[in-house]
Write a protein that binds this ligand. Structure first.
Ligand code: ZN
Ligand code: ZN
Ligand code: FE
Length: 321
């Protein structure tokens, strides 16, 4: 029996956020263990590229989504959008993006910048979410280096929360919440991880994940496309330094999630400030931090050590060579 393909957005009226619902992955054929669809010469990749952007074969969003369920009570919406995979290198056996150097991170961001420019012109595209999941420990099945880009028809819930809080702050204090945090972190020094001319990274005072690092541009900007060449290079170098530090932190590579938080594609968000968040999920002890009862069930994180200690350990790892 063939079920109907469902690919739609369903509104959670209690939490006030969208859920991306799709059974399309159930149609994913079994894949041979040793076959990598991201290597040069695979059916969709071809040859002669340094970075490659492909559509996710089993996406949650589509440029031609089916008609969503119409329900007497619940709200649904078209799963309009796009799920892209950015293959970062033709080389298969590379542990991490940072092993490819700062220039490679710049190249990846330049591809993301091209997509931002493109989708700012697309009237259905509201938000571009760039993220990178690293490590089999957090469920990454394809180890060939890649990141992902979701073109969304809504502002993601976490970004929306940041926009609301930073807008409230801006309206009452007439200054940017992120710029003020940056000033406080630079004054305290204890949680700073790395600083160069145009960017600063730190473990936030209120970090959620064991090795959570945020990278801020020193200049107040909203979109990745706003950065000058020098700013982009420094931003990439900062990320490179953190990720290389992650590799030396424990006697095994650090699984992490990295996500770009920038303004929505349409409208003015002068009060917002672009940044990258990286969540290293191993604790100082080397054991995985799971989001469980308190975190998933209650919505608040428990932090096992102190962010100051985590920053110190990461700074020391960065000094090692
Ligand atoms: Zn491969
Ligand atoms: Zn700012
Ligand atoms: Fe953020």
């Amino acid at each position: 029996m063939i079920n109907e393909i469902v690919q739609e957005l369903r509104w959670d009226p209690i939490l006030g956020e969208w859920v991306l619902v799709s059974n399309i992955r159930e149609y994913r054929p079994w894949r041979k263990e040793d076959f990598c669809p991201f290597c040069p010469g695979a059916p969709e990749t071809g040859f002669g590229w340094n970075t490659l952007i492909l559509d996710n074969k089993y996406p949650m969003l589509s440029q031609n989504p089916p008609k969503p369920t119409s329900h007497r009570f619940y709200t649904t919406a078209y799963a309009y959008g796009r799920c892209l995979v950015l293959i970062e290198t033709p080389q298969h056996d590379v542990d991490d993006l940072s092993d490819l150097g700062v220039e490679k991170i710049v190249e990846v961001f330049n591809r993301v910048r091209e997509l931002i420019a493109k989708y700012r012109e697309d009237r259905f595209a509201i938000y571009l979410l760039y993220f990178r999941n690293k490590g089999v420990e957090i469920g990454v099945s394809l180890t060939h280096p890649h990141s992902q880009i979701y073109i969304l028809p809504f502002i993601p819930a976490k970004i929306l929360r940041e926009l609301i809080n930073s807008n409230n702050y801006y309206r009452s204090r007439k200054s940017c919440l992120f710029c003020d945090i940056l000033r406080e972190e630079l004054a305290d020094k204890a949680r700073i991880v790395f600083e160069n001319r145009c960017s600063v990274s730190f473990v936030p005072f209120y970090a959620h994940w064991p090795f959570e690092v945020h990278v801020y541009t020193k200049r107040h900007t909203q979109l990745l496309t706003d950065l000058s060449g020098e700013e982009l290079y420094d931003f990439a170098e900062n990320i490179f330094t953190i990720l290389q530090g992650f590799k030396k932190l424990l006697n095994k590579p650090m699984p992490y999630i990295m996500v770009l938080h920038q303004a929505p594609l349409k409208g003015r968000y002068d009060f917002y400030h672009l940044h990258i968040e990286i969540y290293g999920v191993y604790r100082i002890s080397g054991r995985l931090k799971y989001a469980a009862g308190m975190e998933i069930g209650g919505g608040n994180f428990t932090y096992d050590s102190t962010p100051e200690k985590a920053a110190e350990i990461l700074r020391n790892a960065i000094q090692k060579y």
